[in-house]
Each structure stands twice: as C-alpha cells, then as structure tokens.
Design a protein around this ligand. Structure first.
Ligand SMILES: [Zn+2]
Length: 236
C-alpha cells in the first residue's frame, strides 16, 4: 500500500523586475541536501546550477531561462526564507588594512530589496543622427553565452553589451535585437567609439542587485561601510 503524501504549503512571491506574482513551495530535505553539497564545494558553477534547479522546481517553472540574475537571487532568498528561516548569518569584515576582525550579524531576508531597477533604459548613441538603443537586463540563458570570469577580454565585454541590447532605433525605425542576426548586432556594437561603448558599459556595471548596507564599527575602532551584494555576498 502506498504511504500517504504530505500536503505542500504554497506561498506567493513578487518578481522584482516585473512585479509579476508567482507561486512557490518550500524546498524539501532531499533538495536542501543538494544545495548544501553545492555550497560546500565552493564552486560558483555548481552553486549557480543548484540554485537554478531549486528555484525552477519550487516555483513549478519549466525553465528559468528568461529570469534575470537578480530576480533569481531574490527568488532564492525568499525560497530559503520559507524553507529554513528568515534569518541569515553574515560576516561583517573590518575593512581596515591589516585587521582580520569581523562580527557576525543576522539579516532578515524579508527586509532585503533589489536596488537599482530603472524603467528607462534608453541610451542615446549618436545624437546627431538620433540613433540610440534601449537596453534590457540580461536573462540567465543570455548570460550563459558570456564568459563572465574573463571580462578583461574585450570580446567578452562586447558579448555582454550585445546581449543587453533590446532594440536599436533611429528616426524611422525600431529594430528588435531578437529579430536581428547576432553577427549583425556585434558589428553594430564594434563600430562604437570608446566613449559610446563606455555608456553601454555603465549599464551593466550598475545592474540591479540584492543589496545590504550597514555601518559597522570594529573592535579596533575602525568604522567600515559594509556593502553586501548578490548571493556571493551573503553566503561566504
Ligand atoms: Zn578592525
């Protein structure tokens, strides 16, 4: 005879980038085990993939390809809150050189917000000819195309800029990036001057992220402005 199945509580969570409401259930012991194994490995790729699988399964999504990286981080923290508790312990490291002291702090996940979301993502590239682009926040599947570990290489930076373009416009037309060949988009980007290119770079160097700020006074007397960003900031 089959054993009885337990009921699964459902919660609602809001996607920071769009405000869409999604359902989620807490993660199960077997799922938590996989997550903890990934965290222990300290391998960013393994952690990323464990987090993605967990969010996908607990939100009942087919895939999470179209979710932005900051949405994913936010969803994961909310998921963790309903599964194991709303508080996470973080280390506040003294930022004075030669000081190794730190203090533990407890953060309520419910109080964490995604900061830096902007509605207007228009960048004017050529004011004379009225040519510009509208940008979009990169999704998980788009980010996988870019070697984020080697952004010192210019070809990777070009890839990153290219995946963030939503439309290109001039006086007459709006060209959708999704309807344009990848090579054509890259050609467009590579004709930028370095000044124009840095306008684009500013966009993704200020991508939204989960952020926690606190002023911390160390036992040594040094005052630090602590800023934790993204999942790495909270789980190290
Ligand atoms: Zn100190």
């Amino acid at each position: 005879m089959a054993l009885p199945k337990l009921s699964v509580p459902q919660y609602t969570v809001e996607l920071p980038s769009t405000g869409a409401k999604l359902n989620m259930r807490p993660y199960l012991v077997k799922e938590e085990k996989l997550l903890l194994m990934a965290l222990e490995s300290k391998d960013p790729m393994q952690i990323q993939s464990a987090v993605q699988n967990l969010v996908r399964d607990c939100m009942g999504l087919k895939n999470i390809d179209d979710i932005t990286s900051f949405d994913l981080e936010y969803l994961f923290l909310q998921l963790r809150a309903i599964s194991v508790g709303e508080h996470i312990k973080v280390k506040l490291n003294c930022q004075k050189e030669d000081c190794d002291l730190y203090q533990e702090d407890s953060i309520n996940v419910k109080e964490l917000k995604v900061s830096g979301i902007t509605k207007d993502k228009t960048i004017m590239i050529d004011a004379k000819k009225n040519i510009g682009v509208t940008m979009r926040y990169p999704t998980i599947s788009k980010l996988e195309k870019v070697d984020l570990g080697a952004l010192d290489k210019v070809e990777n930076l070009i890839d990153l800029v290219t995946i963030c373009i939503d439309t290109i416009f001039d006086d007459e037309n709006v060209y959708k990036a999704d309807d344009t060949e990848w090579e054509e988009l890259q050609e467009f980007v590579t004709q930028f001057s370095s000044e124009q290119f840095s306008l684009m770079q500013n966009f993704f160097s200020s991508l939204p992220a989960i952020e926690y700020k606190k002023e911390h006074t160390c036992e040594c007397g040094h005052k630090s402005n602590i800023e934790l960003r993204g999942l790495q900031g909270f789980f190290t």
